[in-house]
Design a protein around this ligand. Sequence first.
Ligand code: SF4
Ligand code: ZN
Length: 309
Amino acid sequence: MNCCNDKSVSSLYDGSKLCRNHFIEYFETKVFKTIRQFELIGREENLGIALSGGKDSLTALHILCRFSKQNPKIKINAIAIDEGIAGYRDKTLKKAKEFCGNNNIKLHIFSYKEEFGLTLDEMLKILNVKPCSICGIFRRYLLNKKSRELKFTKLATGHNLDDECQSILMNQLRNNVEASARLGPKAGIFNNERFVQRIKPLYLCTEKEATTYAFLNGLLDTFSECPNARQSFRAQVRDMLNDMEKKFPGTKYSIVNSFLKILPLLKEKYKNGILKICAKCNEPSANDICNACVYLERLNYRELETNRH
Ligand code: SF4
Ligand code: ZN
C-alpha cells in the first residue's frame, strides 16, 4: 500500500510503514475484504457480536458498526459473558457498557453466577482444573445458547490471525485434527439449527494490527490481561509463535494460509460428526452429557462434600 509516511504509526510484517490514516484504511479494507471473500455476512442479518470489552472484540464491534451503516439490513447486537474474574472482567465489562452506551448498541450480559450458581473464581476454589479449560467450556456453552435464544443469525467474534494460528498449532500438538475442522473464518458446526454459526471478521488481521487499530480509534487506553491467561497452554504456544515470527517474519500468515488450503478437506472429512443432545440440558453435545453439565455435576458434588465436612 502507498503511504504518505506522515508520522508512521505501524510497521507491517513485510517491513512497510503506514501513517495513522493509511493504517486505518488498510485495516478496514482488509476486514471488509475478508467479509466478502469468505461470505461471512449476508444481505440481511441479526448479528450478535461477542464482546469482552478487550481490544479485539471492541475492534470487531467498531468495524461491524461501520459495516452496518453501509448495509442497513444488518442489525448489530452485543453479547457479553461475565465469568466472575475479580479485578479483571469487571473492568473490561465497564468498557463494553461504555462503548455500547455511546454507540446505541443493545448489550446483553449473562453471568456464570446467575446461570450456573458460581463465579469462575468460586469454581476454581472447588475444582483443581486449569482455569481456561473450564472457563472456555462454559463461555462457548452460554454464547451459543443465548445467541440462539436471542435469535442471532450469526455470532461474530474478535478472533484474529494470531488466535487462529495458536488454535491450529494447539490442535496439532494435541493430535486433535477434528477440532481444526471447526476452525476457519466461518467456524463451528454447520447445518445444525441448535448451533449459531460463528464468524471471524478479523481473521486475517494480526494481533498487533488489531491492537493498533483499537488504540488509534480510542477504543482502549490500557491493556489488561486475564490473570489466569499465563497458566494456559495457549500462552505457551503464543510465546513460541511470537518468537518464530520475530525470527522469521510472515510465519503466522504462512501457517494460516496453508491451513486455509486444507480446511475444505477437513470440513468435508468431518462433516458427518455425530451430534447428540445432552440428556441433562438439551443443548447439543458430542456425548450423552455435555461438558458443561459434566463440570456442573462435579462442582455440585464437591460443594456438597465440602459442606458435609
Ligand atoms: Fe477464561 Fe482463560 Fe480467557 Fe481468562 S484467559 S477469560 S480464564 S479462557
Ligand atoms: Zn448439558
